[in-house]
Design a protein around this ligand. Structure first.
Ligand SMILES: NC(=O)c1ccc[n+]([C@@H]2O[C@H](COP(=O)([O-])OP(=O)(O)OC[C@H]3O[C@@H](n4cnc5c(N)ncnc54)[C@H](OP(=O)(O)O)[C@@H]3O)[C@@H](O)[C@H]2O)c1
Length: 320
């Protein structure tokens, strides 16, 4: 299998470095010894602003780019802020991809999402199912933005020969996750709900929907490892699914979190709330064929994430 040598001092830009994915990428790159990891706060460069993005690229000249910035969230955030989800995400990748082309970035990895696939496509989901049917309505604006990011990488590759490609992660979780119940994804939301129920002695925890949808979860440290692996080993123009290839129902997931966080709790399903797509399991055979597999199993990953969450809560209490 081909391997691209990336010097450890190559200027490597991680866009979105404070987020779940970006922070894991920075940790992963630094652990390997990359000494020139570039980051910039949103207050200094808003990636929706083309002039600011170009000016930053002009000065810093990254050679490798991991594009992990975006407006991201669960069902509630997607359904209440659809304009932000489509506008922010399209602007961010349009500006970063264009500047990467203009300033001769050697390779760019764009982070998409498994919600780009049609709502009712066959399972597990192969990369080629993209654009073969209607999308899930609860996150359609976000999915359309993400699809345009994949197509933008392919279009710049086709017209200008840019080495840009996309990775499609499944649902992620881990250190630095968003635990705000108004915008979080299902796994951090479950951790927080069970934790708060335990702290206040409430015995029942309500879960959105029927609990029957099936979902796949990947620890973000595994995702970061896969991204660095793809940067070194993948030269194709098709996007690559990144997941574990294993799924479980939301009810099973809730029970796993209950056992780890608050075994005395009971789970209640709020069936007035929407379920979302019935099943979302990625076919990861393309990634496996390249030689990468996940390392962190779900139970262990949830335990680690809960430890991180508790430390963060304790730090916040100590600081207040
Ligand atoms: N989380 C998941 O389960 C998941 C699953 C599949 C794919 N992905 C993809 O992975 C990527 C990153 O997701 P994430 O979960 O890491 O999101 P996140 O934790 O919300 O982080 C997003 C990052 O983007 C930055 N950002 C947002 N808007 C910006 C702007 N206008 N200018 C500059 N920076 C901006 C944020 O900066 P601040 O810190 O300043 O807010 C933050 O650092 C997204 O493309 C998403 O589609 C995520």
């Amino acid at each position: 299998m081909s391997r691209i040598e990336i010097p450890l001092d190559a200027p490597t830009y991680v866009a979105g470095h404070r987020g779940l994915v970006g922070s894991a990428l920075v940790r992963r790159l630094k652990r390997e010894g990359f000494v020139n990891v570039l980051t910039i706060d949103r207050q200094e460069v808003d990636l929706r602003d083309p002039t600011a993005v170009e000016a930053w690229f002009h000065v810093h000249r990254p050679q490798y780019v991991y594009l992990a910035a975006g407006t991201v969230g669960g069902i509630l955030a997607n359904s209440t802020r659809p304009a932000e989800f489509i506008y922010d995400n399209i602007m961010i990748h349009a500006n970063v991809v264009k500047a990467s082309y203009k300033f001769h970035v050697k390779k760019l990895l764009y982070l998409g999402s498994s919600c780009i696939y049609p709502r009712n496509c066959p399972q597990p989901i192969k990369e080629e199912y993209l654009l073969t049917g209607p999308l899930e309505w609860t996150n359609e604006p976000y999915a359309i933005a993400k699809i345009s990011g994949i197509k933008m990488c392919q279009a710049f590759r086709k017209q200008y020969g840019c080495n840009f490609f996309s990775a499609m992660p499944t649902n992620l979780y881990g250190e630095n996750d968003n635990f705000d119940l108004k915008s979080s994804h299902v796994l951090p939301a479950l951790i927080r709900k069970f934790h708060e129920a335990k702290m206040s002695g409430i015995k029942s925890v309500a879960i959105w929907g029927t609990g029957s949808p099936r979902r796949e979860f990947l620890n973000v440290d595994d995702l970061a490892d896969a991204c660095v692996f793809l940067m070194k080993h993948y030269e194709g123009d098709e996007h690559v699914n990144v997941g574990t290839g294993e799924d479980l129902t939301i009810a099973e997931l809730a029970d796993l979190v209950r056992q780890i966080v608050y075994p005395d709790a009971k789970i209640e399903f709020d069936t007035s709330k929407p379920d979302g797509t019935p099943r979302k399991l990625l076919d990861v055979s393309r990634l496996h064929a390249l030689g990468w597999r996940h390392q962190v199993e779900l139970q262990n990953g949830i335990q680690r994430t809960y430890q991180w969450f508790q430390t963060r809560v304790q730090l916040r209490v100590a600081a207040s």
